[in-house]
Design a protein. Structure first.
Length: 330
């Protein structure tokens, strides 16, 4: 009978088990080292391997987008001087001296004077408050009204959807400038509220149509159908499941439209039916300067330039937000 050799741990199933245990331990140590070096998870996940949301991905892309940074800084500056114009303009925009009418730049008055002898620099700075106020409040009103009506129409459908669609078609057929001439010509107030009300009245159909289509797309997803099968109420499905996933297109359109609303206010004020003196507005100053454009072009240059930069900044911001929130562009 052959002599049996003692087991030395190098052959047989025992050896395989030993090698497997050692390999698993080495692999675990390597993985632990890798996790320590990389705090984030794999691509498409955040720290601790948690999946990133659309909003976190969008914010990450926006921070790397120079267009967003530049437009954001311009808008931040405009908002700051709108709230505290005295930070960079200490004079009164209504303090005018006819003896200085149409004069050019001089020390302490870098933009010169307008036809009434008012400081163009001071009026340009204070005019930002009117434009930003009209743009922001109009956008909030349009987004709220159009988003709610369009979202409800897209969610419930049926007669409500058909009626809203026909109403929006009627509003789309009204020329904006002509509607402003008719609507605001009977208003005597010199505040911003009639202009904001008019913009909301004619601007909500665009947001309503965008919100309707976005909600119709979102409610067909599997997670909404699962929530409905589990007995979730309509309000819970709308607020918890549909609205967070359908609001991105509304934000994009509203951001771009904000610049359009600012230019619309200036247009209506230029035509004499928007804001009226003694209110300070870029549109009012552009209208007054158009009569002296040959003799004193500085009166038109500065308020028109401020209006152009402001509208461009909001349009650039809207384009950056659109690129960040659109999954097809990734």
């Amino acid at each position: 009978m052959p002599e049996q050799k003692p087991w030395d741990g190098t052959t047989g199933s025992g050896a395989i088990s030993g090698a497997g245990a050692g390999g698993a331990m080495d692999l675990a140590m390597d993985e632990g080292t890798t996790l320590e070096k990389t705090p984030g998870g794999p691509e498409g996940t955040g720290p601790a391997g948690k999946p990133r949301s659309l909003w976190s991905d969008a914010w990450r892309d926006l921070r790397r987008n120079p267009v967003f940074i530049i437009s954001g800084l311009i808008i931040l500056f405009l908002v700051t001087i709108s709230i505290w114009p005295s930070l960079i303009a200490t004079q009164d925009p209504l303090d005018c001296d006819l003896a200085r009418a149409q004069e050019g730049s001089r020390p302490g008055h870098p933009f010169g004077f307008d036809g009434q002898g008012c400081d163009v620099y001071t009026r340009t700075v204070h005019g930002a408050r009117t434009s930003v106020t009209v743009g922001v409040l109009s956008t909030l009103g349009v987004s709220l009204l159009g988003g709610v009506l369009g979202g409800l129409a897209g969610f419930f459908g049926g007669v409500w959807d058909a009626v809203l669609s026909r109403i929006t078609d009627v509003f789309f057929g009204i020329p904006v400038v002509l509607g402003g001439l008719v609507f605001l010509s009977v208003v005597t107030s010199s505040t911003v509220w009639p202009v904001i009300g008019f913009i909301v009245l004619l601007g909500w159909p665009q947001i309503a149509r965008i919100a309707r289509g976005s909600v119709i797309t979102a409610k067909q997803n599997d997670y909404v159908q699962a929530a409905r099968a589990l007995g979730a109420s309509n309000s819970r499905m709308m607020l918890r499941h549909i609205a967070p996933n359908a609001i991105a297109p509304v934000i994009v359109v509203a951001t771009i439209a904000l610049g359009t609303y600012i230019s619309l206010e200036a247009t209506l004020s230029y035509l004499g039916v928007g804001l009226k003196p003694p209110a300070v507005s870029w549109g009012i100053d552009i209208s007054a300067a158009s009569q002296y454009v040959r003799n004193a072009p500085h009166m038109l240059l500065w308020p028109a330039g401020a209006l152009a930069v402001t509208v461009l900044a909001f349009i650039m911001l809207g384009d950056a937000v659109r690129d960040a929130l659109d999954p097809k562009l990734r």
